[in-house]
Write a protein that binds this ligand. Structure first.
Ligand code: ATP
Length: 234
C-alpha cells in the first residue's frame, strides 16, 4: 500500500522570499502524523503547498502514490486530499444539515443524505444541532463542522491546519478525540499541523518538527512525551 501523503524536497515561499527549504515528510497509510513548529515556522505554508494554493519552487507531493504537482486544488480533492484550513470554512447562514449537504453537492441526492448521516454519527455533538444555523454554533462546533465537511468526499488523507486554535482545552480534547475516532473508524490518514504540541502528540504516531522552514526532527510521537523534550526542538 503506498504512503498516504509524501512531500519530497519542497522549497517554497511568497514572491522572492523562501519560507520552506527542502522539506521531506511522509504520512503513512492509516497513521496520524503531526507537524509541529512555533509561530511562523512555516506549517501553514506547507499546508498551502500540499493543497495547491501555492506552487513550490522545487519538490513534489503525492497522495496515495499519485503526483499532485501542477494540479489545481479541486483536482487534489478528487485525488483523495481533504483539507481543513485555519479559517472555519462553513456557510454561516444555513443549518448544519444544509452545510453537510452542500459539502456533498457532487453526490446524488440519496448518497448525499447518507453521507451527511454518517458524518453526524462520527460527530455526535453536531447531531443534536442539525437545524441550527452554522453561524450560531460555538467556535468548537464550527471547527467540527468544517472538519466533517472536509471528510465528505472520503479523503485518503485529511490535512488540518491548527484545528486547536482559539478553542478551550476541553474543546481541543473533544476534537482531537474525534479525529482519532475518525481515523480508527474509517482508516483516514491524518496530517495535523499544530502549535499545540502536547495535544497533537497525544493522538499521533509520528511527529515532524519544523523550524525556520526546515524539518529539524522526525520522531515517533512516543519519544516526545514531555514538554521539555518538545521545547528543546522547537
Ligand atoms: P502560524 O502558527 O502563525 O500559522 P506557521 O508555522 O503556520 O505559523 P506560516 O504561516 O507558514 O507559519 O509562515 C511562515 C513565514 O511565512 C512567516 O515568516 C510569515 O511571515 C511568512 N508568510 C506567511 N504568509 C505569507 C504571505 N501571504 N506573504 C508573505 N509572507 C508570508
Amino acid at each position: 500500500m503506498p504512503d498516504a501523503l509524501v512531500v519530497r524536497g519542497v522549497t517554497a515561499g511568497y514572491g522572492s522570499s523562501r519560507v520552506l527549504r527542502d522539506v521531506d515528510l511522509t504520512v503513512r497509510s492509516g497513521a496520524i502524523t503531526c507537524l509541529l513548529g512555533a509561530n511562523g515556522a512555516g506549517k501553514t505554508t506547507l499546508v498551502r503547498v500540499v493543497s495547491g494554493l501555492i506552487t513550490p519552487v522545487a519538490g513534489g507531493v503525492t497522495v496515495d502514490g499519485a503526483a499532485l504537482l501542477g494540479t489545481p486544488p479541486w483536482h487534489r480533492v478528487r485525488a483523495g486530499l481533504g483539507t481543513s484550513l485555519q479559517e472555519n470554512i462553513v456557510f454561516p447562514g444555513v443549518s448544519v444539515r444544509q452545510n453537510l449537504l452542500l459539502a456533498g453537492r457532487g453526490l446524488r441526492r440519496r448518497a448525499r443524505n447518507e453521507r451527511a448521516a454518517e458524518l453526524l454519527d462520527l460527530f455526535p455533538a453536531l447531531a443534536g444541532r442539525v437545524d441550527v444555523r452554522a453561524g450560531a454554533l460555538s467556535g468548537g462546533e464550527q471547527r467540527m463542522l468544517s472538519v466533517a465537511m472536509a471528510l465528505t468526499p472520503r479523503p485518503t488523507v485529511l490535512m488540518l491546519d491548527e484545528p486547536s486554535i482559539g478553542l478551550s482545552p476541553v474543546m481541543v480534547e473533544t476534537i482531537f478525540d474525534r479525529l482519532r475516532h475518525v481515523r480508527d473508524a474509517t482508516g483516514t490518514s491524518i496530517l495535523l499541523a499544530e502549535q499545540n504540541a502536547m495535544a497533537a502528540l497525544a493522538i499521533s504516531e509520528e511527529a515532524y518538527v519544523l523550524r525556520s522552514g526546515s524539518v529539524v526532527a522526525h520522531r515517533p510521537a512516543a519519544e516526545l512525551r514531555t514538554s521539555e523534550q518538545v521545547m528543546a526542538l522547537l
